[in-house]
Write a new protein. Structure first.
Lengths: 89, 238
């Protein structure tokens, strides 16, 4: 069975060093969505430091399966999110 | 058998007559392979089952086939003492590893409640601690972060295994897969993998499957906001 990697990115990127063995890309997308929801819940107020959070799912040769992103929009975000975004990797 | 007596005696002293009644309670041990049900959902057992070795999972199945594990049973635990009074199981208990179990016929358990009121209270306390464990799991699943949840589970399992002499010096065997831990914490398996890495990186545990060494108990307990009161580990007459 193939191995998939689940990196995350808010201000900085957290690499998934080991990956997880899953049935197929559909299972990887499902796990990615669950992970996004669970990590957002864990972040709590920490989310507002950047106002966005992504889970990037890739397969074992580095091809992207899906990227799931949550972004805060609206005037209040600019008041809360003071830090400028770091350039993408 | 002796594991059960050992565990119960940590909470209150038992008389020789009570120990004899417990010794007479259990049928010869039998094995159940990993993945098989020890007690099935909706069954009507005529005996309660004591886990002698291995790990068991109390679980509820969802319509789409997923499951939530609501408690992990360890050696010395009755997995369904409550079936004596519940009659029909509202949940199942699965062997998470190969296990050894022993049946305690409901007729003999009922006789204990008639002949040994103090021992009955001690056994009642055991089911009360089961309920307390469920309360803590609900609070963890509903409100704690994934990291705190996993830390809480490790602290709980260590103390419960230590109680029956299955763990010491902050080291214990945890032969459970990440999908099983995911079903226990209500999280995705990918998240569990990430959390294990986090616990390792922050030097709270060394985790070389199946062995877990808690390298910094105080910090693990702080991360988990773990308070062992619910495990009722002290000897206090009932």
């Amino acid at each position: 069975m193939p191995r998939y990697f689940f990196d995350t990115k808010d201000g900085h990127c957290v690499r998934d060093p080991e990956g997880s063995v899953l049935d197929d890309a559909q299972a990887a997308r499902r796990e990615g969505l669950s992970l996004l929801g669970e990590l957002l819940r864990d972040q709590g107020e920490g989310f507002w430091e950047t106002g966005h959070f992504s889970v990037i799912v890739t397969d074992d040769v580095g091809v992207q399966v899906v990227t799931l992103t949550t972004t805060a929009t609206g005037a209040s975000v600019h008041e809360i999110g003071e830090k400028p975004d770091e350039p993408a990797d | 058998m002796s594991l059960l007596t050992e565990k119960l005696e940590r909470r209150d002293r038992l008389s020789e007559a009570e120990k004899a009644a417990l010794a007479d309670l259990l049928e010869p041990p039998r094995t159940v392979p990993a993945g098989a049900d020890i007690v099935s959902e909706h069954s009507r057992p005529h005996h309660s089952t004591l886990l002698a070795t291995g790990f068991a999972g109390r679980y509820v199945t969802l319509a789409d086939g997923r499951r939530q594990i609501t408690q992990i049973g360890v050696a010395g635990d009755f997995v369904d003492l409550h079936s004596l009074l519940m009659k029909q199981m509202d949940h199942g208990v699965v062997a998470l590893t190969d296990v050894t179990v022993a049946n305690a016929p409901h007729g003999k358990l009922r006789k204990i409640t008639e002949d040994h009121p103090h021992l009955t209270r001690v056994l009642w306390l055991d089911t009360i601690v089961d309920a307390a464990i469920h309360r803590q799991w609900i609070a963890a699943m509903g409100r704690r972060t994934g990291l705190a949840q996993l830390a809480h589970l490790l602290a709980e399992l260590y103390l419960r295994l230590e109680l029956v002499g299955q763990a010491r010096d902050h080291v214990f065997e945890l032969p459970l897969s990440q999908p099983v831990l995911a079903d226990s914490l209500g999280l995705s398996a990918v998240h569990i993998s990430r959390l294990v890495g986090e616990l390792r990186d922050s030097r709270l545990v060394e985790w070389t499957h199946p062995f877990v060494r808690i390298t910094d108990w105080d910090r693990l307990v702080a991360v988990a906001e773990f308070d062992a009161t619910y495990l009722r580990l002290q000897c206090d007459p009932v």
